[in-house]
Design a protein around this ligand. Sequence first.
Ligand SMILES: NC(=O)c1ccc[n+]([C@@H]2O[C@H](COP(=O)([O-])OP(=O)(O)OC[C@H]3O[C@@H](n4cnc5c(N)ncnc54)[C@H](OP(=O)(O)O)[C@@H]3O)[C@@H](O)[C@H]2O)c1
Length: 277
Amino acid sequence: MDGKTVVLTGANTGIGKQTTLELAKRGARVVMACRDLARGEAAREELLAATDGRGELEVRELDLASLASVRAFADKAHADLSRIDVLINNAGIFPQKASKTIDGFESQFGVNYLGPFLLTNLLLEKLKASAPSRIVHLTSMLHTKGTLDFDSFRGEKPYKASVAYNQSKLANIVFSNELARRLEGTGVTSNSVHPGAISTDITREMPWIARKLIGLMFKDVAHGVKGPLLVATDPSLATASGRYWKETTEMAPSDEALDPAVGKRLWDESVRMCGLA
Ligand SMILES: NC(=O)c1ccc[n+]([C@@H]2O[C@H](COP(=O)([O-])OP(=O)(O)OC[C@H]3O[C@@H](n4cnc5c(N)ncnc54)[C@H](OP(=O)(O)O)[C@@H]3O)[C@@H](O)[C@H]2O)c1
């Protein structure tokens, strides 16, 4: 990854932080896109001590719950990043109570999917100019239990955390696959990956006992980076696009994730919701 620039969202903890470390150790410059600069800088300091002087780490502010913040991040990236070789849409949330983003979207839909949709689109020109380049979307095998309810994106339906999470993770793959179709011939790839059941802060709002059990049952974060790293860096996957990995094994996602009509509908609706030209 020497000479390569990676933009990675949610880099201050969990899978994103560990992936940042592994990429830096391989020589990459990693732009750590974090919603809280202080937490981001604390993570950077910690990571720098572990990279043996390899790579380069920089923290930038990005709140995926705010489309204005996404636009500001992308504007700065266009202005001062000479290239983006890899974009990793890693940040994600699993809130137990209903909430909305600044722009009025159901929070999991907004943070896990819509913010990354806008970010990716706004960075596309830079990714194309840096081709061959890659876009990696962190999803979940729980997408198989989800469906896209186009009448729920603004929180119109009664909230159930798992339903909202599964929908947002399905949206990640639907988007990844639609993007892959639209990027054919550009040298930019788009793939999605389920990192495994990994013990991280994503359970932060769960009851103490549930967190304890998950801590015992789920795998260590070092395991959770294997899939994302493979899809982001493996030379044999340089042209692979529109594909899905469960950890390091390629799989078929759900039928809904593969349906081009669903992909087009979500894309068109997302363009409207983000106010993209
Ligand atoms: N852990 C698992 O078992 C598992 C399984 C399947 C898929 N995944 C997926 O893997 C990805 C990483 O999850 P994780 O387990 O590493 O979770 P995590 O430890 O909770 O990390 C999530 C990261 O996202 C950031 N984030 C949250 N809201 C944000 C916002 N509005 N704007 C920008 N960044 C925001 C968090 O920042 P703060 O620290 O500031 O909140 C944090 O850095 C997620 O997409 C998740 O859905 C995880």
